[in-house]
Design a protein around this ligand. Structure first.
Ligand code: TXA
Ligand code: MG
Length: 407
């Protein structure tokens, strides 16, 4: 192959890409690669042995289907044709369902996964779809990801490249943290700009539904013809104003750091008062290392967290610029002084991840991991506005981490 045929913007080098592609064609161990959402753990979706390698590296139950990634519509059309069909004569037939065309036009390449009918017999290994009659597919925006898939010459099945139950990885270092010793290659493309996974939609039912909120918002979807009445088909519920600490020792399926996560919904009018303050003191008294993730109000010095620690000034993080993805994670450490009853000393790890929802999405998983790595016993997180662009995806992941949602 001539690598120069493709857009390769930065590191990793063309040589690393070729090596990874060659590895994916011939070996059965998956390769981690960057996408614009999170790092994926990729394998040739047409080879059973390779796809099985994903499940074993991740420790993921094999009844959870994987999505596939394509670099262009030609490869999607190829997958949509039955394996028995004569490519030469039937190659021009377009089997992409009409309902998806406006979405493809508007959001691809990008963070949107759509469900397609899986033809019989299919070119995809049966392990990809876990027995379902549909497969999920997206065209990633990352030029590195698309170049890699083109070089492999087959769609890549890829879940997020974390160990099952951990927050999804948004840097190569996160992948290494979880999968060191289980995989041999990680393509390092820097940090992922979006920071949460793709939106998953099903347009094969009426009305169409969102199965997972993600990088493309419901509002954006509703602007597309045929998608005006799209419904949410994922579990979500606002627990505004309630503190819902997770019970120690309980196991959760997704996005869970080791620390106990306590989520504050930003829409709660009583955010600064009452029950919240008591809860914080309670938790602070029982924990040596307390993490705080600030998003909106708390960053402006608002909120009660500061009130519980003596050195208020040091704890008020500077306002992040309302910048795009790219805000570096900054962790400030401070001593945790005695709370009102005099029982606690310890350490406060204070993180601001921006105040616009794109920055928050970009920094969220990274912040959870960083606080875990530094041994936080409890993490207080300020929620963001739900249903506001990518804010819905952020709140969905946070409610799972804080165990407000059980699956
Ligand atoms: O942003 C992303 O989507 C990342 C990057 C690597 O592309 N990938 C990712 O994959 O998050 P994964 O496997 O962790 O999540 C795919 C989601 C799962 O919730 C899975 O249950 C759902 O899509 N899914 C996949 N195929 C499906 C199908 N045929 N029917 C219903 N849900 C499906
Ligand atoms: Mg995942």
């Amino acid at each position: 192959e001539k690598i120069s045929d493709w857009e390769v913007s930065q590191s990793p080098s063309a040589k690393a890409l070729l090596e990874a592609a060659n590895y994916l064609r011939t070996k059965d161990t998956p390769v981690a690669f960057p996408t614009e959402t999170v790092y994926g753990l990729g394998a040739d979706a047409t080879r059973t042995a390779a796809v099985k390698g994903i499940y074993s590296a991740k420790g993921r139950p094999s009844d959870n289907p994987l999505i596939i990634h394509v670099p262009d519509l030609d490869m999607l059309r190829y997958v949509l044709r039955p394996a028995t069909e004569n490519e030469a004569t039937n190659g021009v037939r377009d089997q992409i369902p009409e309902i998806y065309k406006p979405l493809i036009e508007r959001f691809w390449p990008g963070p949107l996964t759509i469900l397609m009918p899986n033809p019989a017999p299919s070119k995809l290994a049966p392990e990809v779809t876990a027995g379902l009659k549909t497969f999920g597919v997206r065209m990633p925006a990352s030029p590195l990801a698309r170049s890699l898939i083109k070089l492999v010459g087959a769609p890549l099945a890829a879940p997020s490249a974390n160990a099952s139950t951990k927050p999804s990885p948004t840097t190569a270092a996160h992948v290494l943290e979880d999968l060191d010793g289980r995989i041999e290659l990680i393509l390092d493309g820097g940090s992922c700009p979006v920071g949460v996974e793709s939106t998953v939609v099903d347009g094969l039912c009426d009305p169409p539904v969102v199965l997972r909120p993600g990088g493309v918002s419901i509002d954006e979807l509703r602007k597309c013809p045929g998608w005006e009445n799209v419904e949410k088909a994922y579990k979500d519920h606002s627990e505004a104003g309630k503190v819902a600490p997770r019970a120690p020792g309980m196991k959760y399926k997704h996005y869970s750091p080791k620390a106990q996560v306590v989520l504050y919904e930003a829409t709660c009018p009583d955010l600064h008062k009452g029950v919240d303050k008591e809860a914080i003191e309670l938790k602070a008294n029982n924990s040596n290392i307390v993490g705080v993730i600030r998003t909106r109000l708390w960053q402006m010095g608002g909120g009660l967290i500061c009130g519980n620690f003596k050195e208020q000034e040091r704890l008020v993080a500077p306002l992040e610029s309302d910048s795009q993805a790219g805000v570096e994670l900054e962790v400030r450490e401070a001593d945790l002084y005695k709370s009102l009853d005099g029982a606690t000393t310890g350490k406060l790890l204070d993180v601001s991840i921006g105040k616009d929802s794109r920055s928050i999405a970009h920094g969220l998983f990274s912040a959870l991991r960083e606080l875990d790595r530094r041994g936080a016993d409890v993490i207080f997180v300020e929620g963001t506005l739900d249903d506001e662009d990518i804010g819905a995806a952020v709140m969905n992941r946070l409610r799972k981490a804080a165990s407000l949602i059980k699956s």
